[in-house]
Design a protein around this ligand. Structure first.
Ligand SMILES: [Zn+2]
Length: 313
């Protein structure tokens, strides 16, 4: 659903019916704040709210969060969740007609369980016997040619398959916050191949690639591919040139500084992502860098020292 087809005025009215008068409204960002129904009414027992407007809603991105009790009381999530908790069934029904694509499950959809191919061999744990084979050397030569170090192989548990459906592919697994596998990418290291990537049939839109390794307090690099992400500290790959809603929501809630570094040929996309992120509580916390047309982060081995990292006016 595109912006043009949604009547935001009706959504704002609906939010006002539920939460009372708004405190601040940034029309351009789609951002609107209210007194929090949880901490300003329920917890403090006030009839009128505390006037602080701590509850921020972004009606363009269907998210809300209370800056005071968001973490302690779970006061964050989709607008669907907000209305189902604090509105009437009638109001929820009205909202569903306006935004049929938003629902409580959106943020926590259960995805198909992903398993590594049974032929997967981790470089770090390969047996001495296997290391002597040409299978191993073929795969290992490829990762070396991509400037991937032994430390990276170990840190990311990178491996390969020399047989089976993922034969002659380098595998980079992704682990969720609890260390459970939730995705992997499988890139061919054959010079002639029809399919460069063969990834599992999981919903990559609802995962944060290798979230286990992300420190949300440190600067976060947003990059395109999994191969890029291993060359920078604290990098999240979008697994494409477009950012998923899930990643956007997570960044909006948790990040404090973000650097957008897409491939040289994706400057337009990089700028779009920059502007999408640069609002609300992330305003002024987004940085960007432009790589040469023919370069990606892996080519530069993660060394961005020759490129200016800056903010767009
Ligand atoms: Zn609150």
């Amino acid at each position: 659903m595109t912006d043009a087809t949604i009547d935001y005025g009706v959504i704002i009215e609906l939010l006002e019916d539920i939460l009372g008068d708004y405190k601040m409204h940034n029309d351009y960002k789609g951002q609107i704040s209210f007194d929090c129904p949880v901490c300003s009414y329920d917890l403090k027992g006030l009839d009128q709210g505390d006037g602080k407007g701590n509850l921020e809603v972004n009606y363009r991105y269907n998210v809300y969060k209370c800056w005071s009790c968001g973490e302690t009381h779970g006061t964050h999530g989709s607008i669907y969740k907000l209305i189902s908790k604090h509105g009437t069934p009638k109001q929820l029904k009205k909202y569903k007609l306006l935004r049929p694509d938003d629902n409580e499950e959106l943020g926590k959809k259960v995805y198909k369980q992903v398993k590594l191919p049974k032929e997967f061999v981790s470089f770090s744990n390969a047996s001495e016997g296997l290391k002597l084979t040409h299978f191993y050397r073929y795969a290992h030569n490829y990762v070396k040619s991509r400037n991937i170090t032994d430390e990276m192989l170990k840190k990311f548990n990178i491996g390969f398959c020399y047989q089976g459906p993922y034969m002659n592919r380098i595998i980079i697994p992704s682990y969720d916050i609890d260390g459970h596998l939730n995705y992997f990418i499988a890139r061919s290291y054959e010079t002639r191949t029809k399919m460069k990537y063969k990834n599992p049939e999981a919903q990559k839109e609802i995962i944060i690639f290798n979230e286990k390794l992300i420190n949300w307090n440190d600067p976060i690099y947003i990059v395109e591919g999994a191969f890029d992400s291993i060359f920078l500290p604290n990098a999240i790959p979008m697994l494409g040139k477009v950012m998923s809603e899930k990643l956007f929501e997570q960044l909006y809630e948790k990040a404090n500084k973000i650097v957008v570094v897409l491939d040289g040929d994706a400057w337009e996309n990089a700028q779009l992502i920059y502007h999408k992120l640069n609002g609300g509580r992330l305003f002024g916390k987004i940085w960007i860098t432009k790589l040469p047309l023919d370069k990606d982060i892996a080519d530069l081995q993660g060394d961005l020292s020759n490129y200016k990292i800056y903010q767009i006016d």
